[in-house]
Design a protein around this ligand. Structure first.
Ligand code: ZN
Length: 328
C-alpha cells in the first residue's frame, strides 16, 4: 500500500509509517509479558472483538487465502481495530494480508515487505518478513535509529540501532577474581555465577573487556581506522554508539582476538553449552556474519536473561533472528 492520502472522514485511518523504533526494546517485553489474559477484557470489548472477528472472516473469504491464513487474520483483526478498519476499507492487498497472517508480520513494515519481495521474487512470505524484520533491507549503518529503551535487558544494539553518546548504565565492578571491568548489576551477578559454575567444571573464565563508554569505543574504533579501511574495521569493531559493550550487558571472555582461536578451547565448548543457563548468548556466531555484520567472535557474550538466552541458544539463532521471529 502506498497510500499517502489524508485520513478519511470515517476515522478509520491508521498511520502505517509508524516509527520503526517503536519495536526495538519493546518487542521482547511484549512477547514475554503474560499480562494480556483474555479474562481481563470486559464483556463489551469481548463482544466487539467477536463481531470484528466475524466480519473480518466474512471479508477475507474471497481473498484467495488459506484457511489457516484467514483464521490468523480474523483473530488478529478481532483484537486490532485499526487493522480491521484497513481491511474494511480495502486498503490491504492480498500480499499485505499474507504478511499479516504471520505471527511476526508487522503492520508498519508492509511497504518494506513489498519492496523486498519485488527484489527477491524467490523468497516466500516467511522469508520476506524475517529478512525485513532483521533490517536486512537496509545496508549496515545506512539507516540508523536510536534505541527506544536503552536500559532494557533485551535491548538490541547493532549496526542499525544506536545508543546515545550520553547513555551510561548503572554499573558494578566484576571483582578481582572475575577479571577486569564492570557490567550492569544483573549481568555482573550472572557472570560471576557463570565463572563459579565453570570453575566447578575445571574451566577458568575471566572478563578481559566488559562495559565500554561511548568515548572509549570511539577511541578504539578510530585507532583501528588508522590501520585499516572502514569496511574492514566494521567487520570487527563497532562504531561508537553501536557497541553492545556500551549497554553494560556484554563482555569479552578470556581473549578478544581471532588469532587466539578461542573457538578451539575447552572454555569455549563449556560456554557454548552452558552460557544460556546464566542468561548469556554467543552474540556473533559463525555463519551469522551476514546478519550481525561481524566476524565470528567466540569470546563475546551478551546478557539477555535466562529465558531469552535459552531460546536463542537452543535454536541456534542470531539475536537479530530471534527478535525478528517474535510475534508482533
Ligand atoms: Zn566484545
Amino acid at each position: 500500500m502506498k497510500n499517502q492520502n489524508p485520513p478519511p472522514a470515517s476515522g478509520c485511518y491508521v498511520n502505517r509509517e509508524l516509527s520503526w523504533l517503536q519495536f526495538n526494546g519493546r518487542v521482547l517485553e511484549e512477547a514475554e509479558d503474560p499480562a494480556q489474559p483474555e479474562e481481563e477484557i470486559d464483556p463489551v470489548q469481548a463482544a466487539e472483538m467477536e463481531a470484528r472477528q466475524k466480519e473480518a472472516a466474512r471479508l477475507l473469504a474471497q481473498k484467495g487465502l488459506t484457511k489457516q491464513q484467514k483464521e490468523a487474520l480474523s483473530s488478529r483483526m478481532g483484537k486490532d481495530e485499526s487493522l480491521f478498519c484497513l481491511l474494511k476499507e480495502g486498503e490491504l492487498t492480498r500480499a499485505d494480508l499474507v504478511y499479516l497472517s504471520l505471527p511476526n508480520g508487522r503492520f508498519d513494515r508492509l511497504d518494506r515487505y513489498s519492496a523486498w519481495a519485488a527484489e527477491h521474487p524467490k523468497d516466500g512470505a516467511e522469508e520476506v518478513v524475517l529478512q525485513v524484520n532483521m533490517d536486512q533491507d537496509q545496508g549496515f549503518y545506512s539507516l540508523i535509529w536510536e534505541t527506544a529503551d536503552p536500559s532494557s535487558l533485551t535491548v538490541l544494539v547493532n549496526k542499525h540501532y544506536t545508543l546515545s553518546a550520553s547513555y551510561v548504565p548503572q554499573l558494578e565492578a566484576l571483582g578481582r577474581d572475575y577479571g577486569s571491568g564492570s557490567l550492569r548489576p544483573e549481568a555482573a551477578q550472572a557472570f560471576r555465577a557463570m565463572v563459579d559454575g565453570a570453575k566447578a567444571d575445571g574451566i577458568a573464565l575471566r572478563s578481559v573487556s566488559a562495559y565500554r563508554s561511548y568515548n572509549q569505543q570511539k577511541n578504539t574504533h578510530n585507532r583501528y581506522l588508522k590501520q585499516y579501511k572502514q569496511a574492514v574495521v566494521d567487520t570487527f569493531s563497532a562504531r561508537p554508539g553501536h557497541s553492545e559493550h556500551q549497554t553494560g550487558l556484554a563482555l569479552d571472555i578470556n581473549v578478544a582476538s581471532s588469532s587466539a582461536h578461542f573457538e578451539n578451547t575447552p572454555a569455549f565448548a563449556w560456554l557454548k553449552e552452558h552460557c544460556a543457563q546464566y542468561g548469556f548468548i554467543l552474540r556473533y556466531d559463525q555463519g551469522k556474519e551476514d546478519i550481525t555484520g561481524y566476524r565470528f567472535e567466540p569470546w563475546h557474550y551478551r546478557y539477555v536473561g535466562v529465558e531469552t538466552a535459552q531460546a536463542v541458544m537452543e535454536q541456534g539463532l542470531a539475536y537479530e533472528e530471534y527478535l525478528a521471529l517474535q510475534p508482533s
